[in-house]
Design a protein around this ligand. Structure first.
Ligand SMILES: Cc1cc2nc3c(=O)[nH]c(=O)nc-3n(C[C@H](O)[C@H](O)[C@H](O)COP(=O)(O)OP(=O)(O)OC[C@H]3O[C@@H](n4cnc5c(N)ncnc54)[C@H](O)[C@@H]3O)c2cc1C
Length: 412
C-alpha cells in the first residue's frame, strides 16, 4: 500500500494550494493529491470568460503536469475517493486501491444540485466543470431560445454568455426577484431593469412543474402559474451540494453546509482537515460557522490548511468577497449577506444611476454588504467588517448616498 505523509482529496485550487504550501516548507515530505476530474488544475472563475470568448481554452489551466513533477507531488487524476478509514488512516479509491496517510485534507468542493427529468437532460446546461463549459461552448451556435433558471451568480453568468452571443434568454425565477437573499426589492428592480435593457425576458414567482421533449426537439415546460414555455436549452444555476459521499461510515462531522471544522480547519477527527467549498468553518470575524463558495477563500484556506497540517496552529481569518462584472454592472457580496435571524439591514440606492448598497448588521455591527456599482467602497467595508465596527450610530445616515462611509470612525 502506498502511504503519504500528506494526502489531499480534491485537485481544485484548495487542494493544490495546500500541497504547494506544504512542499514549500518541507522539501522531503511525501505528498499525494487524488482528483476525480481528469484535468489539471483549471480556473472555474475563468470558465464564463472562455464562453464569452475573452480567453482561449488553454488559458483556463493554471498548472502543467511538469509543475507537479518538479515539486514531487504525486497527482492522481481521474481517481475518486470512495471511503475513509479514520482508525487505520487510509482512504479507499473507487477502483479498490487503498492509500495510507499521516495527515489528510478533504478539499472535495461541490457538485451541481440535480435538476430536471432524465429525458430532457440533453438540453439542460450546467456551469461547474470544464466539461459543462465545453459542451455549452459547442452548442451555443445552435441555441436560439434558452431559459435560465436561478437567481444566482451562475445564473448571471449564463445571462451574459447568452446575450453576448446575441441570444435573448428568458429568466425564470421562483422568487419575486433576482438575488432575493442578497438584495431587497429596490435592488431587485435595479437588476431587473438592467436585464430588460439587455433584452432578457423575466418571469418571477414561478417554476417549472413538468417538462417533456416535444416533436420539434425542444423542451416543453409547464410552470406552476400555468405558462407553457418552449426552449431549446435550459441553463440551470441553482447552487451546489457538497461532495461528502465518501464520509459515509466515518465519524467526521458534517451537514448539508459542509464538513464541520474549527477556526484551524481541523475536523473532529484526528489528523483530518477540511477546507475550501466543502468546509463549514468557524469564522472568527463573524463568530459563527459558515460555508463560503469563492476562489480567494479556497486559496487562502488551502494555504492555511497546509500550514496547520504541518504543525502550525493559525486561525483562518478573512472577510469573504465574491465580485463579478456582468451586463455592465459591477456586483460584490462581502462577508455575511442575507436575511437571517438576528441580522437586520440598511439600504441606500439610486435607481437612475443604478447604484445600490445593502449593509447587514448583527447587534449593530457590520457583518456583510452587497454593492451594485459601488466597488470603490469594498476595501473600506471589508475593514469595517474585520474591525467589528458598530454602525448603530450611523444607521439613519447610511440610507443616503450623501453620507460618505469614510466619515465612520473605525474601531482600531
Ligand atoms: C462558473 C464558475 C464561476 C465562478 N466564479 C467565481 C468568481 O468570479 N469569484 C469567486 O470568488 N468564485 C467563483 N467561483 C467559485 C470558485 O471557483 C470555487 O469557490 C472554487 O473553485 C472552489 O475550490 P475548491 O478547490 O474548494 O473546490 P473545487 O474547485 O470544486 O475542487 C474540488 C475537486 O475535488 C474533486 N472531488 C470531489 N469529490 C472527490 C472524490 N470523492 N475523490 C477525488 N476527488 C474528488 C472534484 O471533482 C473537484 O475537482 C466560480 C465557480 C464557478 C463554477
Amino acid at each position: 500500500m502506498n502511504s503519504y505523509q500528506y494526502l489531499i482529496i480534491g485537485g481544485g485550487i484548495t487542494g493544490v494550494t495546500a500541497a504547494e504550501t506544504i512542499r514549500k516548507a518541507d522539501t522531503r515530505a511525501t505528498i499525494g493529491i487524488i482528483g476525480e476530474e481528469p484535468y489539471l488544475l483549471y480556473s472555474r472563475v475563468l470558465l464564463p470568460h472562455y464562453l464569452k470568448n475573452k480567453i482561449k481554452r488553454e488559458q483556463l489551466f493554471l498548472r502543467a503536469q511538469r509543475d507537479f513533477y518538479e515539486k514531487n507531488i504525486d497527482l492522481r487524476l481521474d481517481q475518486k475517493v470512495a471511503g475513509i478509514d479514520t482508525e487505520k488512516q487510509t482512504v479507499t479509491l473507487e477502483n479498490g486501491t487503498r492509500l495510507g496517510y499521516e495527515k489528510l485534507l478533504i478539499s472535495s468542493g461541490g457538485k451541481v444540485k440535480p435538476w430536471g427529468e432524465n429525458g430532457v437532460q440533453s438540453l439542460v446546461y450546467r456551469l461547474q466543470t470544464i466539461e459543462d463549459t465545453d459542451r455549452l461552448k459547442i452548442d451555443l451556435s445552435k441555441i436560439k431560445k434558452p431559459i435560465v433558471i436561478g437567481g444566482s451568480f451562475i445564473g448571471l453568468e449564463f445571462l451574459e454568455v447568452f446575450t453576448l452571443n446575441n441570444i435573448s434568454p428568458t429568466l425564470l425565477l421562483d422568487r419575486p426577484f433576482f438575488f432575493c437573499k442578497l438584495v431587497e426589492k429596490n435592488g431587485g428592480e435595479i437588476l431587473h431593469r438592467n436585464f430588460e435593457r439587455h433584452g432578457i425576458k423575466i418571469l418571477t414567482g414561478d417554476a417549472v412543474e413538468s417538462m417533456s421533449m416535444l416533436a420539434t426537439g425542444e423542451i416543453g415546460a409547464v410552470t406552476r402559474l400555468g405558462h407553457n414555455l418552449e426552449a431549446d436549452a435550459v441553463a440551470v444555476g441553482i447552487g451546489l451540494d457538497k461532495n461528502l459521499e465518501f464520509l459515509a461510515g466515518t465519524k467526521i462531522e458534517s451537514s448539508k453546509a459542509g464538513i464541520r471544522v474549527n477556526e484551524f480547519l481541523e475536523t473532529n477527527q484526528k489528523n483530518i482537515w477540511a477546507a475550501g467549498d466543502v468546509a463549514e468553518f468557524y469564522d472568527v470575524i463573524l463568530e459563527r460557522p459558515r460555508s463560503v463558495g469563492n476562489w480567494t477563500n479556497s486559496f487562502l484556506q488551502g494555504q492555511k490548511a497546509g500550514l496547520n497540517m504541518m504543525g502550525s496552529k493559525e486561525a483562518f481569518r478573512a472577510v469573504s468577497a465574491y465580485s463579478i462584472t456582468n451586463l455592465g454592472f459591477q456586483i460584490t457580496a462581502l462577508g455575511d449577506c442575507g436575511e437571517k435571524e438576528g441580522i437586520d439591514s440598511v439600504v441606500r440606492y439610486d435607481m437612475y444611476q443604478h447604484l445600490y448598497e445593502r449593509f447587514f448588521l448583527r447587534q449593530g455591527v457590520l457583518v456583510g454588504a452587497v454593492l451594485i456599482n459601488c466597488f470603490k467602497d469594498k476595501i473600506l467595508l471589508t475593514k469595517l467588517i474585520e474591525s467589528k465596527t458598530k454602525l448603530d450610530l450611523y444607521k439613519d445616515r447610511l440610507t443616503s448616498f450623501d453620507f460618505d462611509l469614510k466619515d465612520i470612525s473605525m474601531v482600531e
